[in-house]
Design a protein around this ligand. Sequence first.
Ligand SMILES: NC(=O)c1ccc[n+]([C@@H]2O[C@H](COP(=O)([O-])OP(=O)(O)OC[C@H]3O[C@@H](n4cnc5c(N)ncnc54)[C@H](OP(=O)(O)O)[C@@H]3O)[C@@H](O)[C@H]2O)c1
Length: 289
Amino acid sequence: MTSDGRTVVVTGANGNVGAPLVDALAETDATVRAAVYGDRQEFEAEVETVHFDFDASETWGPAFDGADSLFVLRPPHISRVEESINPAVDAAIDAGVDHIVTLSVMGAGKNGFLPHRRIEKHIEATEAKWTHIRPGFYMQNLSGTHRAGIREYDEVIVPAGNGAANWVDTRDIGELAAAVLAKGPEVHHRQVYEPTGPEALDYHYVADVLSDVLDRDIEYNRPGLIRYIRHMRRDTDSKMGLILVSCLLHTIVRLGRSERITDDVRRVLGRPPRDLKTFVQDYAEVWAA
Ligand SMILES: NC(=O)c1ccc[n+]([C@@H]2O[C@H](COP(=O)([O-])OP(=O)(O)OC[C@H]3O[C@@H](n4cnc5c(N)ncnc54)[C@H](OP(=O)(O)O)[C@@H]3O)[C@@H](O)[C@H]2O)c1
């Protein structure tokens, strides 16, 4: 990977996408600054870390000082982006950042009410150069939000009916974002990438892969919304607002609207995306009974 040695600030650096992004970017000539909200993780020695909070403007200056590029990840609980994320973007541009890469969501281009799209539009209206990454459905939902049902009840408890999703591994999203940030705006300005996995798969298939790799029976019984909400309230620490967003996302899957597959991972990284079986093998210990 070539690079002009840009200094890149990565928000959400501890998260599903941010962590592999930081690791991949550390392999390039870029100077990587991990903007961390919660506890600091162990990054590679050459990675700078700085405390960062979209809701605390006093943390923005130290994060953006001397930076060339910014990766903007909207933490799932922040919906009023006009009060936090968009002003932070403006502060980054004032500090000299000239390339902003957003982590958005597939379909955002047609949904102006989505917080992701409101961030994208704000950035497009600035003088900065931009690249939008709009991924499909994360495989890591299975190791995160839906881990409890699989681990404790041997069941994938999601209200998705027979719908299929275009499962993408967040490691592929992070590596794609790192390639974009390392090459910079000369190559990627005004580009939109929609990383997905290699195929759209329903939850019956997901349960079969989990059963096969974990060597125990994992079921998928097409639970309805009420059962899903009860399970999430009882067995996870998810907030009600995020549970309702998840209900909406799974209704979209149920209606067959999350099936579109792209070739964007291969187009940017020159290799195919990871498949679901590889993901389950790599994360198997997460669901150990
Ligand atoms: N789940 C899906 O299938 C899917 C699909 C497409 C798009 N998306 C979008 O992807 C994004 C989530 O990505 P992800 O899964 O990588 O995120 P994630 O793992 O949930 O991580 C969220 C990150 O936000 C940081 N954070 C929390 N509050 C913050 C604050 N006030 N200021 C700054 N940072 C803060 C956290 O920092 P600490 O770890 O330091 O606490 C964490 O690193 C969302 O915008 C979501 O809509 C999700």
